[in-house]
Design a protein around this ligand. Structure first.
Ligand SMILES: NC(=O)c1ccc[n+]([C@@H]2O[C@H](COP(=O)([O-])OP(=O)(O)OC[C@H]3O[C@@H](n4cnc5c(N)ncnc54)[C@H](O)[C@@H]3O)[C@@H](O)[C@H]2O)c1
Length: 306
């Protein structure tokens, strides 16, 4: 299968490229290197440096004739979306429409889209299931929800199949400091360089931390499945408090990590956990990495880079 990964030079993209090459897919990466790095890509992977907003994207699609697109490229930071909603919409909404137009005009069969738990906002019933009302609290979440609606209409009007994947808090090797799920990469890098870490709030706040390699495997399932034109959460369905996550570093580092505590930040959700039942039944996917092992790998990769 010939697949284009937009944003493939980024954190999740680099795990996906690795997975798809292992599965003998033909892979091309399109990325403007805004936050991505060319070094994230294995040698020999076809790469094109281009912005998803670039009109020339159609020429690339017409030449390459992709069967499927995994659309990961995007503005990934909640605070940037709040400071600059126009930029967020230009990249995440208009840039995506540019990709979808090129896709439907060149006979692409399927688009897999990276959506987010932020699409749900502060849902009251946990774990969050896919039918929960989408009530994003930021323009980032709103731009993802908007694209989900575009995908549904592109399917209805142009017959372009899609799979929406709403990722929980993704972590792992090569993660940048911004974006979502950044708490693990920030803490890991600071702990690896002997610096202190600060928890905002009492540390009892929970997240559903899912390893990037598991996300890559979920995207691969989404490329294969017959159960298309719907949304799936990709999550562990396990609620872990920030205090419990930090405690795992004691064993990894052999030191007792003592965090500093500061007042909770406004707008931070206290509890977050997503159901993964639909992905297990509909995609045949299951996360396999334990948080302890995933953190260990992440820590060792950052520790080597210091
Ligand atoms: N990391 C998480 O916890 C998480 C959670 C939910 C959803 N997501 C989504 O997953 C996707 C990948 O996120 P990530 O964590 O790997 O972030 P990332 O910043 O590492 O990856 C994004 C990639 O997109 C590229 N990019 C940005 N703007 C672009 C543009 N205009 N044109 C072309 N390329 C562009 C960047 O250079 C980068 O390589 C994003 O769409 C993000 O919203 C991530």
């Amino acid at each position: 299968m010939k697949i284009l990964i937009t944003g493939g030079a980024g954190f999740i993209g680099s795990h996906l490229v690795e997975k798809l090459l292992k599965e003998n897919c033909q892979v091309m990466v399109l990325d403007n290197l805004h936050t991505g790095l060319k070094e994230n890509l294995p040698e020999g992977v076809s790469f094109i440096e281009m912005d998803v907003r670039d009109e020339n994207i159609l020429t690339v699609f017409a030449k390459e004739k992709f069967e499927a697109i995994v659309h990961l490229a995007g503005q990934t930071m909640v605070n940037v979306s709040v400071d600059d909603p126009k930029f967020d919409a230009a990249v995440n909404i208009q840039g995506t429409i540019n990709v979808l137009e090129a896709a439907r005009k060149t006979g692409v069969k399927r688009v897999v889209f990276a959506s987010t738990a932020a699409a749900y906002g502060d849902a009251q019933e946990l774990p969050i299931v896919e039918t929960t009302t989408l009530s994003p609290l930021s323009f980032y979440g709103l731009s993802k929800v908007t694209v989900e609606h575009y995908l549904a209409l592109y399917q209805e009007i142009f017959n372009l199949d899609y799979v929406v994947l709403r990722f929980a808090n993704v972590y792992g090797e090569r993660q940048g400091d911004g974006g979502e799920g950044g708490v693990i990469s920030i803490f890991t890098k600071r702990i690896a360089s002997g610096k202190s870490i600060t928890i905002y709030g009492d540390g009892g706040q929970t997240r559903d931390f899912v390893y990037a390699g598991d996300i890559a495997a979920g995207i691969y399932c989404a490329l294969q499945t017959d159960n298309v034109n719907t949304a799936y959460n990709l999550s562990t369905q396990t609620e872990v408090s920030v205090n419990a996550m930090v405690a795992l570093f004691d064993e990894i580092t052999g030191n007792h990590v003592v965090p500093l505590y500061e007042r909770a930040r406004k707008g931070d959700i206290y509890r977050s956990v997503l159901s993964n039942v639909k992905a297990i039944t509909g995609l045949g996917w299951k996360p396999v990495m334990s948080l302890a092992e995933g953190l260990k790998r992440t820590y060792h990769s950052f520790n080597q880079q210091k």
